[in-house]
Structures are given as structure tokens and as C-alpha cells.
Design a binder for this molecule. Sequence first.
Ligand SMILES: NC(=O)c1ccc[n+]([C@@H]2O[C@H](COP(=O)([O-])OP(=O)(O)OC[C@H]3O[C@@H](n4cnc5c(N)ncnc54)[C@H](O)[C@@H]3O)[C@@H](O)[C@H]2O)c1
Length: 260
Amino acid sequence: MKLEGNVAIVTGGAKAIGLHIASKLASEGAHVVIADIDAAAAEEAAVGITRAYGREAAGMGVDVTDERQVEALIAFAVERFGTVTILVNNAGIMGPVDETDKVDVDGWDVTMAVNLRGVFLSSKHVIPVMKQRKAGSIINVASITGKRPLPLRLAYATSKMGVIGLGRSLAAEVGKFGIRVNTVCPGSVTGERQQHVFEGIMKASGKSYEEVATEKAEVTALKTFVDPDYIAHCVVYLCSDESWVITGQDINICGGAVMY
Ligand SMILES: NC(=O)c1ccc[n+]([C@@H]2O[C@H](COP(=O)([O-])OP(=O)(O)OC[C@H]3O[C@@H](n4cnc5c(N)ncnc54)[C@H](O)[C@@H]3O)[C@@H](O)[C@H]2O)c1
């Protein structure tokens, strides 16, 4: 097991990509705290992980945009498991899907708050714990939309570009304390959110599901979508000693849709 002795927090870990990441971290020996705005789902996920992997996990209702709640999360993890060695900033929302002149400011603000402020707050409050141990790994979940333009998704694209910038700047700042910061940039991931996105495109374009799916897969080198397990594998690697010299990187997990 690659992560024996580690304690990980996964934000937005109650379902979908976050749950895959939390499960994989536990399967590699880490204790996991699932922090999600959906408290019941977080607790349910923690019970499932403890049962499946025999590693005690905990769930907590946390809104990553609220500084007090984030502080309480870090304190809870330290009290329960002794420390925090891994933070996965996965919580994120799609934000408004519309022409920019029709996007209301609340839609913009909430997207920035969850996708960017949440990453800042969780990182801010975990760093003192990691500094004490002179070790730690922070993984941010951005998107390939943080690298290339996406019309009608201005807030989301801008927030994910911000996450990539945050990751690089933070990596440069905290490397001297033995803390590494990396960002993963998934492409189109199979799951519920992908269904919502495809349904939106079908409605707007009148195309069938098959046409939309084929068009989306066609732009990747491997003609494929991303299974969330591949993201989880990459996160495990980025948290393990095998990647000790890797920091400040943003890694595309997208079947070759983006290559920079
Ligand atoms: N699904 C994709 O195709 C895709 C592609 C690229 C990047 N991503 C990114 O991956 C991450 C996970 O995406 P997903 O598809 O699993 O999303 P999802 O919507 O299925 O799950 C997100 C989780 O975050 C939680 N959450 C939302 N707001 C929160 C808040 N304020 N505080 C705490 N938790 C909150 C939700 O309850 C949910 O459990 C996001 O950052 C997303 O932008 C997803």
C-alpha cells in the first residue's frame, strides 16, 4: 500500500469523482475525511469506505466557501486522526451555462466561491498542519477547461484557470516546507455531470445523445471519455513518495483532448 500512515481530506468527496478519489486513497491505506456540503451523503460515503477498505474514514458536512467551516474541518481531521498529510480540493460546481451578457452576478459569484475561494480556504488552513510535519501534498481538481476556452461557461472556465494559477503560485511558496501542490485537469468524465452537460447540448442543438457523445469523444486523441478511476490513480501517484520531485504541475487526464 502506497499511502499507509497518511490522513487525507477530500472536499466534495461524497459522490462522483471525489468519491472515486477518496475510495482509492483509502484502498492505498490512508484514513480519509470526506468533506461535502451534503452532510448525509458524506457520512454515508465514509461508512461505505470504512466497510470496503477496513480503514477508518469520517464524513463531515462542510461548505468550502465558509472559512469557519473549513477551519473546523481541519481541526476535526487533526483531532480524529492526528494530522492531515493530503488535501484534495475536489469540490466544484458547473456554474451558469449562458451567454455572458445574460449571466447574473450571483451565478458568477457562487462559481468563484466554490471553485476558487474554496481551494484557497482549504489550502490556507491545512498548510500550518503540513508545515509542522514538513510534509504534505495538496491536489487541486481543475479541468482542461482551465486551459482552453469554453464558450457559454465563462465563470467555470475562469475559475478553473484560477485554480491552475493558484496551484503554481502556492507550489512555489510552500515547497521549502516539504509541501507539494499539483493540479489535475480532467476532460469529459463519465457520470451524472456528463449526462447533464450532454442533455444541455442536445436541447440547444437538437442533436441526439449519440451525435453529441460522438462529437465530444472525437476531439480527443484516444476517442474516449475519462473514467473517474483514472483521475483517482493519478491523485494517488501525486500523493505518494514516487512523485516526490513533482510539484507545481497541472496534469491533463483527458485522452489527449488537450496537450499543453
Ligand atoms: N465531471 C466532469 O466531467 C469534470 C471534468 C473536469 C473537471 N471536473 C471537476 O471535478 C470536480 C468534481 O466533479 P464531479 O463531476 O464529481 O461533480 P459533482 O457535481 O458530481 O460532485 C461535486 C461534489 O461537490 C460537492 N459540493 C458542491 N458544492 C460544495 C461546497 N460548497 N462545499 C463542499 N462540497 C460541495 C457536491 O455535494 C458533490 O458531492 C469538480 O471540481 C469539477 O469541476 C469534472
